[in-house]
Design a protein around this ligand. Structure first.
Ligand SMILES: [Zn+2]
Length: 435
């Protein structure tokens, strides 16, 4: 099922032509409208007319999150403020937030890509979608909202939080599709179990989950506990918000909306472009956005691309599920560790719950890694010997998978704080220490 078959199943050479045409126009627009880019082009000795097509992309300068911060709030916008009809912003946990702006046409593009996303997940106008992403400056809520309305899905704009009410509404309003973070989906599942809800009491069948990296094991856990199909959706506010890419029902990589966002994979150290299939940092160039067009934006997300036609018939490039962001990566005693690697190990150990926290400390100038892991209720009533053996199993699995030693602490269910948005998995106390 396609929303826009002409684009979603376009031949690769036709797509390349279309992208090249749009890229040329975009480069011209930013050169003449954004002083930041004009300066960069001039410094690199590039003129807009030097860009003939996608093949010249690698010659152009990168844009980073720092550039957005340095130009806070509006200096990268390519149109006068009177044409900007909406702004969103990132939370700005580290330093200034980044502000993004949309024209009417940008909002139209955003709705279009979300409409494709929902349709490829099998969601139609007969569905009722509960949007439990936050509504506000965060792009999650409103982003999904307008695309869902475009498809004609019945939207419940409940926003995040108030878990009991979420469940009540889900039951009473006949929700069939859920949009939220994967960690919140698990929290909802847990609450539903607690309330002894029977599956007949709800009609949920599909979830579209994003805004944080999640593993295949986590997908299985969500699909089993909520009895739904769990679809991965990817986006970032700098590029447009949710809907940059998403899985179809084949669940084999996320289709990128390449007619709007041209992807590249680069080596994050040398900044050289990598080949199809090679893992590196994902970079996007927006070729249709008017308000805040970005050239070669470094997402920090690590993944790889494939251009093979998907079983669903779509020809758009697919990115592999993100393993993590390069700025989420922990370096513990010189070893690179992604929280998602630890999650994968934990979810393979029976008796543990998918709720955990990773605590990094520095003691006597040495990094230490500790894990808090919730275990299922019945394990706690077991003999100490069994708990010890479970602890040993996790310790061994982490050490052999990641090559670093770890202290494992098993805790009772519901000890670890639940999140209604993005889960806080890592507490890195080293940042507060003077080294
Ligand atoms: Zn597909």
């Amino acid at each position: 099922m396609y929303w826009n078959e002409e684009i979603e199943c376009i031949g690769r050479s036709d797509l390349r032509k279309l992208q090249s045409e749009k890229l040329r126009k975009m480069v011209e627009r930013i050169y003449y409208n954004v002083p930041f880019y004009r300066k960069k082009f001039d410094e690199a000795g590039i003129k807009p007319q030097d860009v003939k097509g996608v093949e010249d992309l690698h010659r152009l300068p990168f844009t980073t999150k720092q550039d957005l911060r340095d130009n806070y709030p509006y200096s990268l916008f390519a149109v006068p403020m009177k044409e900007i009809v909406r702004v969103h912003a990132s939370s700005g946990t580290t330093g200034k937030s980044t502000v993004v702006g949309y024209t009417k046409e940008d909002l139209e593009i955003w709705s279009e890509v979300i409409a494709r996303t929902l349709t490829s997940a099998g969601i139609t106008s007969k569905d009722v979608i509960q949007v439990a992403y936050g509504y506000g400056l965060f792009t999650g809520g409103l982003g999904v909202h307008y695309g869902a309305e475009k498809v004609g899905v019945t939207v419940i704009p409940i926003s995040g939080g108030n878990t009991r009410r979420q469940i009540q509404v889900m039951q009473d309003f006949g929700t069939t599709a859920l949009a939220c973070t994967p960690s919140y989906a698990l929290y909802l599942a847990e609450e539903m179990q607690e309330q002894k809800m029977r599956w007949e009491d709800n009609s949920l069948r599909v979830g579209i989950f994003g805004a944080e990296p999640w593993t295949e094991n986590m997908r299985k856990e969500i699909e089993q506990s909520l009895s739904i199909t769990a679809i991965d959706i990817y986006g970032l506010s700098e590029i447009i918000g949710p809907g940059v890419a998403s899985e179809c029902v084949c669940q084999s990589g996320l289709h990128i909306n390449e007619d709007h966002f041209i992807p590249e994979i680069i080596d994050p150290d040398t900044l050289e472009p990598l080949e199809e299939g090679e893992k590196g940092e994902l970079v996007f160039t927006t070729v249709t956005k008017e308000g805040l067009p970005l050239l070669r934006y470094r997402t920090r997300d690590l993944t790889s691309l494939t251009y093979e036609r998907c079983e669903c018939g779509r020809t758009l490039a697919r990115m592999r599920k993100c393993l993590g962001r390069s700025d989420d990566m922990l370096i513990i005693r010189g070893v690179n560790v992604f929280p998602s690697q630890i999650e994968a190990v934990l979810l393979e150990t029976s008796g543990t719950k998918p709720h955990y926290q990773i605590i990094v400390d520095r003691k006597h100038n040495l990094d230490t890694l500790s894990l808090l892991v919730e275990v299922e209720e019945h394990f706690l009533s077991d003999e100490i010997r069994k708990l010890e053996s479970m602890k040993e199993k996790i310790r061994h699995a982490v050490e052999s998978n990641l090559g670093i030693s770890v202290n494992v602490n098993l805790v009772e269910p519901k000890t670890i704080q639940r999140s209604e948005g993005k889960a806080k998995r890592v507490i890195d106390n080293r940042n507060n220490l003077q080294s």
